[in-house]
Write a protein that binds this ligand. Sequence first.
Ligand code: AMP
Ligand code: MN
Ligand code: MN
Ligand code: MN
Length: 277
Amino acid sequence: MIESYDLHCHSTASDGALTPTEVVQRAADFGVTALALTDHDTTAGLFEAQQQASLVGLRLIPGIELSTNWQNKCFHIVGLGIDPHYAPLANATQLLQSTRIERAEKIAFKLEQKRIPGALQAVMKAAGDGMITRSHFADFLLSQNHVSTQQEAFDRYLGQGKSAYVSTTWADLEVAINWITESGGVAVLAHPMRYKLTANWMNRLLTTFKEAGGQGLEVITSRMNPDELRRVTDYAKRFNLAGSVGSDFHNPENPWVELGRLPTLPSHIKPVWELLN
Ligand code: AMP
Ligand code: MN
Ligand code: MN
Ligand code: MN
């Protein structure tokens, strides 16, 4: 059988629109044979996802997308093949949930100062038991007609340096890599081209990432142009990192991002799934 991998996506456990069951079902419908559910800072969707994966005969790789800090910047580290019961990782997700609630309160306060009331209640309701993210705030701003697109919500209110932006202390990058590897997983730098780093910063980041035990680079993600693919492939080669493939799917409304609908990994890049057992 030809395997089709998608190793980065979200469910209602964080800022995805579909339940873990629905994500797994949709992945199977789109021909994905191995899926990693990688919700922001939580593993809460994995149990349900595994139930559905067993039903439809899909291989579920337990995953997470950790928000981390290095050099006062934020980087997303995807953990693949993690053990969600590994205590330091489980404790970290608890702490990150509190961090996200406190941040949400501060964002809502800033919005109130901009004469936009009711955000906290709305995002708490929308997130339910899941992690509260800026996407929930974007949806709220959209629903209240303060913006006309999600992107505009980030550009005007939620993006770095904008009026409702709250700078947050996440997990330390090297510590987060440790949680992943010590739990038996593989650490992958998510969407490396989205940070808009200079070559110098990218080299420094990947040096630190490797030294801390990072093993993979998300070489294939949605909406990359040929130049980005060339550069990220080059970094994977130079730093001897395995290549991952992940759509970063959040919802069925985005026509540019779909589960499993991704270019194939360049053949000279070692696939990250060869590191998963
Ligand atoms: P958070 O982790 O709470 O800061 O939220 C980050 C999430 O917001 C990302 O995972 C994306 O899903 C979404 N996001 C970030 N920047 C943008 C943007 N410019 N436009 C739309 N969604 C974004
Ligand atoms: Mn997200
Ligand atoms: Mn991300
Ligand atoms: Mn993601």
